[in-house]
Design a protein around this ligand. Structure first.
Ligand code: ADP
Ligand code: MG
Length: 267
């Protein structure tokens, strides 16, 4: 507690939301052992938006899952808001959004968003109003719709609202818009940035798309494969405020060209 207070009172430095120190993850053992991540270190600032890029199989999901206490790390350490991933999970410091919205098909929109409240009721828990969240993700008026009555983009909006209901300080997103068409993805990218600004949530977002990584990220983490290591952790040199038309500017194209060149070196 004293350490936390000292950090809070530190006047200058940006606080670190997630600190990853020399982390390795190995799966299996003996002849089938596979090193998914090796010696990964980086600090993710509180309130930051980090996008993660890298070739398929380089360990992006594994790193996200290690932060979320869904994968056991073999070496090193991870601190989430100064706690272990296990403690952070129990304190509900973070929420996870997957590519598939995984809504309960027999529950309507509102009841899907309410689910974490019903599942995790504990003394003193502080929840966001599900109706307010549905409005924030643009689903006002669709409270009673069932998942099969919604488009893929709308289902992902429900998943985002559900993730925010416990007021997590960190949102971990694994290719959440990977299965959507381009226009829907553009819309959701803009909405996610607005939600990020409104809530101040720290976001770590895995994607396959170079433009998406550049558009959303204040920083981009590039991983390379076999074993997964940090290729580059770079600040995106664009104004913090992003617009879709910005993607046609020379500065944006410079960022994506750099990322493409880095990614080619990772293959
Ligand atoms: P990415 O998300 O970048 O595509 P992953 O993190 O899913 O990559 O996987 C990294 C490597 O670890 C891959 O070789 C994958 O097959 C392996 N892997 C991931 N999860 C497991 C697991 N639970 N058991 C064994 N191997 C795994
Ligand atoms: Mg993955």
């Amino acid at each position: 507690m004293a350490a936390t207070l000292a950090r809070t009172e530190s006047p200058s430095a940006t606080r670190t939301a997630i600190s990853i120190n020399d982390v390795s993850v190995r799966f299996g053992e003996g002849r089938t052992e596979l090193t998914a991540l090796s010696g990964v270190s980086l600090d993710i600032p509180e309130g930051g938006f980090v996008t993660m890029l890298g070739p398929s199989g380089c360990g992006k999901s594994t790193l996200l899952r290690a932060i979320a206490d869904l994968v056991q790390i073999s070496d090193g350490n991870i601190a989430v808001l100064g706690r272990t991933p296990r403690e952070a999970r129990e304190a509900r410091d973070f929420a996870f959004v997957f590519q598939d919205a995984t809504l309960l098909p027999w529950r309507n929109t509102l009841d899907n968003v309410r689910l974490p409240i019903e599942v995790g009721k504990h003394a003193g828990a502080d929840y966001e109003d599900p109706l307010k969240l549905l409005k924030m993700v643009g689903l006002e008026g669709r409270e009673n719709a069932l998942p099969h009555e919604l488009s893929g983009g709308m289902r992902q909006r429900v998943a985002i609202a559900r993730a925010l209901v416990t007021r997590p300080r960190i949102l971990l997103m694994d290719e959440p818009f990977g299965a959507l068409d381009e226009i829907t993805r553009d819309n959701l990218n803009q909405e996610l940035l607005r939600i990020w600004q409104e809530t101040g949530t720290t976001i770590v977002f895995v994607t396959h798309s170079i433009p998406e990584a550049a558009f959303l990220g204040q920083h981009v983490l590039m991983l390379k494969a076999h074993p997964g290591r940090v290729k580059e952790f770079m600040k995106v040199e664009l104004p913090a405020e992003r617009t879709l038309t910005m993607r046609d500017t020379v500065d944006f194209i410079k960022v994506t060209a750099h990322l493409r060149a880095m990614l080619e070196e990772c293959l």
